[in-house]
Design a protein around this ligand. Structure first.
Ligand code: SF4
Length: 447
């Protein structure tokens, strides 16, 4: 697929505006400050746990991005190894293709992975190394699928890199193998990265309903499972607008219906289970899903009761990217918190629409995520807690305000019914921690 088509994804909200031509944001100077396209491609593909991931570029590209997210695996650990061709001046002057081919062959011989993903970077793309040809040659020599991921950093934002990685899966992996067993209730989860093990909060629910997860793209993923994804009965795009191209193209090519959903919060978790049952269209499954939801929700309400009492009416400010700007709101509202404002720095028009649905037409949306602005919004609303990514942690803590990490560095799982209890417990711990009363007291020499 030509690279420019990545900007023209018809299912993306940017392109659905009236009269839109090519509306997905093109790269602008400084636009990669939150992560480049190469970084975005790694975020999507590295969680494929049994595969080798080789970065064709200078060592710094790898160092910038490796293992920065807590995607967990229930088995193979090869994805945690960092491989790079470590391009130097000589490769830049004379080309890095020979070195790349040698590296792939070495990797195949040493680790025998089921597949090797090879990432381009700004440097290898600028000197014109032909990634696709080298990968093809290496595949012929080794018999192992070698997948080129054409996502140099200058291509655009992290989101665009996510999309380029999704395209690599569609072009080279999905549909290359046939699954075995009963597929009548099988689904793919697209854009679920199993951060801190969040996928595993959901798998017991699917197992109880007899729903088979044919593949996850890509948390705790396996190459051969993704290769069979084209036989699923339904696709769920999990909180990830950036991978909507996979959902849309699998619908066009394989006639698999898809929907977008979130595993955060009681309401959204139940909605997801209902949606899946309806898409599969099995009346017995729909009935059993309703009864599981009833049972789980009533159990959850009992477990949450004491926690809700402590959380009711507390005011939260959320500052996180993209879809989490709305998916977390729903979870917090389920717990009785009042969301006073939410960040929309990386949100699409559709995300903003959902925020308005949840918070009302006057919803306060924050574009400027500077510490100064966040603190001033916290003060304006007298907010009790800042819920944001790790980089905002010190903004809150230095101002002696409770903080909860909601981004990829988190160590707690907040998905599904089980995750709601964990989220509520973590919020209570933060809000009731005695340390805040202690640090807010004047120091002895002041009094
Ligand atoms: S791919 Fe380009 S923008 Fe990304 S880390 Fe490497 S040099 Fe930097």
């Amino acid at each position: 697929m030509p690279k420019q088509d990545l900007w023209n994804e018809p299912a993306c909200g940017h392109n659905q505006k009236k009269g839109a031509k090519q509306k997905c944001p093109a790269p602008k100077p400084g636009g990669n400050a939150g992560g480049c396209a190469f970084d975005g491609a790694q975020i999507v593909l590295v969680p494929i746990a049994d595969s080798a991931h080789l970065v064709h570029g200078p060592i710094a590209c790898l160092g910038n991005s490796w293992d920065s997210r807590g995607s967990l695996s229930s088995g193979p650990e090869l994805y945690k190894m960092a491989f790079t061709t470590d391009m130097n001046e000589e490769s830049i002057v004379f080309g890095g293709e020979k070195n790349l081919l040698r590296s792939i062959l070495e990797l195949a011989e040493e680790y025998h992975p089921p597949s090797i993903f090879v990432y381009s970077t700004c440097v290898s793309a600028l000197i014109g190394d032909d990634l696709a040809t080298i990968c093809h040659r290496a595949q012929e020599k080794t018999g192992i699928p070698v997948i080129p991921v054409d996502s140099p950093g200058f291509l655009g934002s992290k989101n665009l890199g996510n999309r380029a990685a999704g395209q690599a899966l569609l072009d080279c992996v999905v549909g290359t193998s046939e699954p075995e067993g009963d597929l009548s209730r099988s689904i793919n989860l697209i854009g679920e990265y199993n951060i801190a093990g969040e996928l595993w909060n959901m798998t017991p629910l699917f197992e109880r309903l007899g729903i088979r997860i044919l593949s996850t793209m890509t948390g705790d993923g396996r190459y051969h499972q993704i290769a069979t994804a084209h036989r699923a009965k339904a696709n769920m795009v999990v909180c990830s607008k950036a991978l909507i191209n996979i959902g849309r193209q699998m619908k066009d090519q394989y006639n698999i219906p898809y929907f977008e959903g979130s595993f955060y919060g009681k309401t959204d978790t139940s909605k997801v289970l209902r949606n899946i049952a309806e898409l599969i269209g099995d009346p017995d499954l729909i009935m059993r899903t309703e009864s599981l939801i009833r049972e789980e929700e009533s159990l959850l309400d009992k477990r949450l009761e004491p926690l809700r009492r402590q959380l009711r009416g507390k005011k939260a400010l959320i500052y996180t990217g993209g879809v989490k700007s709305w998916s977390v709101i729903s979870a917090l509202q389920d717990l009785g918190l009042v969301v006073v404002a939410t960040g929309v720095g990386k949100s699409t028009e559709e995300d903003k629409e959902r925020i308005r649905d949840l918070l009302g037409p006057q919803a306060r949306m924050i574009e400027d995520g500077s510490p100064k602005n966040l603190l001033s919004v916290m003060a304006e609303f007298n907010a009790d807690i800042l819920i944001a990514g790790g980089r905002n942690q010190y903004t809150a803590l230095k101002s002696r305000l409770p903080f909860l990490d909601i981004n990829q560095e988190r160590h707690h799982t907040y998905t599904g019914y089980e995750g709601m209890v964990e989220l509520a417990q973590e919020l209570v711990h933060c809000l009731t921690s005695p340390v805040f009363a202690e640090v807010r007291r004047p120091s002895p020499w002041e009094s």
